[in-house]
Design a protein around this ligand. Structure first.
Ligand code: ATP
Ligand code: MG
Length: 350
């Protein structure tokens, strides 16, 4: 539909690879879009066969795939794919890539050679990017277990009754810092997933008061040290949400609030039911978020305060937004007078 309505092209659809090859012979299209995973013949095989057909050697073939990894990319290259788009595909980008592919075909030989060179260079960069993504995903995954283990060991130490005050403080610090680290790791993992459209919440009935009490309880020690009071006002017994994702969203918001809360102030978590949605608020009495920055802070790596002295990469709110939107909800920053309040609304089934 995008190609017809926005691109003005006429499109022929094929239900599988074999039909695609038949239709190619019949219609001789100017450009071919191919899925990778298909029943029967996969996209790679279709492309390889197409390249051997009359008129198939130089027709642009664009791969559209949900598989964003180096191996898929290399195979697409090897069978003679011209371009490679990963899903979810932006409609405007799709039209643009098709236009480009068609335009290159009309250029003379010299320009075509230059385009080919550029294409190679772009592909090399893209391949490196994919490799980096793979590596980051592995790293993040492999860091999770040792960090959890560190936290567990600190808990073991804390069970010792003879612990000196100083050692107890140190063990608490280990716990708090490993929690920060784990939050960062999980945010990294899930923002990557969310941006590829792979963050799918599994909805259950979540007991909200207990969830919030757990989150605040784990931060009680930290809050005491910061001289910040934690309050929960949860007027909603249960919400329909992915328990794990919701917990991490609230942890990110509470950790942000704690970081911005002045000594002697309060951090509040409140929830209320508004017809067919539940609104959860996390507020603090700190400096707040300037109105012109209230959207920008949800963008990857954006940090207003100096993040150099702590674990934190400006991913927390990006994760929150992706996770809340994956639930079909919304999240936004507001003024708490004084301070910041982050509100999120989650649609609730009747
Ligand atoms: N409660 C708040 N009050 C004032 N500013 C805030 C608050 N919460 C977030 N911000 C601003 O928004 C920025 C982005 O927040 P985000 O949670 O995405 O990243 P971060 O907390 O800096 O790092 P990370 O969450 O990755 O550890 C923060 O750096 C901060 O400048
Ligand atoms: Mg944060």
């Amino acid at each position: 539909m995008t190609l017809e309505q926005e691109g003005g092209y006429s499109v022929t659809l094929a239900a599988n690879g074999a039909e695609g090859l038949r239709l190619f012979e019949r219609d001789r299209p100017d450009c071919v879009l191919l899925d990778v995973r298909m029943p029967g013949m996969d996209g790679f095989e279709v492309c390889a066969r197409l390249r051997a057909m009359p008129g198939g050697a130089d027709v642009p073939v664009l791969f559209l795939t949900a598989l964003r990894d180096v191996e898929t990319f290399d195979r697409a290259e090897a069978v003679g794919g011209s371009d490679f788009l990963t899903k979810p595909v932006h409609p405007a980008e799709l039209v643009l890539r098709v236009q480009q592919a068609l335009r290159v075909r009309r250029l003379d030989a010299e320009f075509q050679a230059q385009c080919e060179l550029l294409r190679r260079q772009r592909n090399e960069l893209f391949r490196l990017q994919l490799q980096k993504e793979d590596l980051a995903a592995f790293l993040v995954h492999d860091l999770k277990n040792p960090v959890n283990a560190i936290d567990l060991e600190a808990q073991v130490i804390l069970r010792d009754r003879q612990l000196t005050e100083r050692s107890r403080g140190a063990a608490e610090q280990i716990r708090a810092r490993s929690r920060d680290l784990l939050r960062l790791i999980l945010n990294l993992l899930d923002t990557a997933r969310g941006e590829q459209g792979q963050l799918s919440p599994s909805l259950t009935t979540v007991a909200l008061p207990a969830l919030v009490a757990g989150i605040l309880g784990a931060r009680a020690e930290n809050a005491r040290e910061l001289d910040v009071r934690l309050h929960a006002m949860i007027d909603v017994p249960v919400v329909s949400a992915d328990a794990e994702l919701l917990r991490r969203v609230l942890e990110n918001l509470v950790d942000n609030a704690l970081r911005h809360a002045p000594h002697g102030s309060s951090v509040r978590v409140a929830a209320l039911s508004l017809g067919d949605e539940v609104e959860i608020q996390v507020s603090d009495e700190g400096a707040g978020v300037p109105p012109d920055m209230r959207e920008a802070i949800f963008v990857r790596y954006v940090q207003l305060d100096d993040g150099t002295m702590r674990v934190g990469r400006g991913l927390g709110l990006t994760f929150c937004k992706l996770a809340v939107e994956a639930h079909g909800g919304r999240i936004w920053a507001d003024e708490a007078q004084p301070g910041a309040v982050f509100r999120l609304s989650l649609p609730q089934p009747r």
